[in-house]
Design a protein around this ligand. Structure first.
Ligand SMILES: Nc1nc2c(ncn2[C@@H]2O[C@H](COP(=O)(O)OP(=O)(O)OP(=O)(O)O)[C@@H](O)[C@H]2O)c(=O)[nH]1
Ligand SMILES: [Mg+2]
Length: 293
């Protein structure tokens, strides 16, 4: 008998959802940084075996929307509640369990198996962890609790084993050689955005969207043109930096990661453009691919 299902990863920002998905899938599919709100889309990572297919979904951290973009992000997270066969609700040893009661109430009402994953236990100790487990047990009595460290891959194999047990009997949903639902261009823009998150401060990374306008592969190289959109003229200057130094650094870091990702030489050209208040424009968000079902 073949098993297959959707295992959706949800939780508050910065708890390690993307790090966990990458560990479960064994590939660097989703960008993960120390900054909250790194993930903006629902991104599938598919694990294929002869007798099972696990379709993981990484989602944006749940937050109260301030911009239309964040409304779209929340819609991606909520879509993951609607079609899950197994839900991974990820928290960590740092955040307070009461942080997001609305979303938690929705999770509480779910009838599918919920695995409550307590991440970052490398930052905790037995006593503290015991208290946290007890608290969560009170909050989500029906959830199975699994403490892990995604970063150190501690407890991840056990989690995987449990997921496989809970997976329903079903034929596969995707081709057995498919790793994700997103095209190559998406990963290019995400890798560039990851470098922007790491390199610039404050509001800058959050005001940025990256669009890949050209992706052309020949025998030797991949030629990529990417546009970095910002919301204001002043931000454009910051992205480019004095004599273009900042943008050069970001582009060169992105190129290195892209070469690893595609296992091929990459020629990357980046451009910066202003798209006023794109985060609040439904039309722009549509064109940038923020289309939760
Ligand atoms: N100490 C420790 N840090 C971790 C662990 N797992 C993830 N992190 C760190 O936590 C930070 C956030 O990780 P992400 O995977 O980007 O978190 P996320 O939940 O996807 O965040 P958003 O996409 O912003 O919602 C990064 O700096 C990770 O390196 C862990 O097991 N232990
Ligand atoms: Mg993430």
């Amino acid at each position: 008998m073949h098993k297959a299902g959707f295992v959706n990863i949800v939780g508050n920002p910065n708890v390690g959802k993307s790090t966990l998905m990458n560990q479960l899938v064994g590939e660097r599919i989703s960008i993960a940084t120390f900054k909250a709100q790194t993930t903006r889309h629902r991104i599938m990572g598919i694990v294929n075996d002869d007798d099972c297919q696990i379709v993981f979904s990484d989602t944006p951290g749940v937050l109260k929307p301030n911009y239309k973009m964040q409304e779209m992000m929340l819609a991606f997270s909520e879509s993951a509640l609607a079609d899950a066969d197994v839900l991974l609700y990820v928290t960590d040893v740092i955040e307070s369990p009461e942080k997001n009661q609305d979303f938690l109430d929705k999770v509480k009402k779910m009838t599918i198996p919920v695995l409550l994953v307590i991440n970052k236990i490398d930052e905790s100790n037995q006593k503290l962890l015991g208290d946290i487990v007890e608290k969560w047990h009170g909050l989500l009595p029906n959830a199975e609790i699994l403490p892990i460290s995604a970063k150190n891959k501690f407890g991840v194999d056990m989690l995987m084993k449990r997921i496989k047990e809970l997976l329903p009997d079903s034929p596969p949903y995707f081709d057995k050689d498919q790793l994700t639902d997103k095209p190559a261009k998406f990963f290019v823009s995400e890798i560039i955005r990851e470098k922007i998150l790491l390199y610039y401060d404050k509001e800058i990374p959050y005001s940025v969207e990256v669009v890949v306008e050209r992706f052309k592969e020949d025998e030797k190289r991949i030629h990529i043109n990417a546009v970095i959109y910002v919301e204001r003229d002043s931000q454009k200057g910051i992205i480019i930096g004095h004599q273009g130094v900042a943008l050069k650094k970001v582009s060169s870091e992105a190129r290195k990661t892209l070469e690893k990702f595609f296992d091929k030489r990459v020629f990357l050209e980046t451009f910066v453009k202003v798209d006023k208040d794109w985060r609040n424009s439904q039309r722009e968000l549509d064109s940038f691919g923020y289309n939760p079902e």
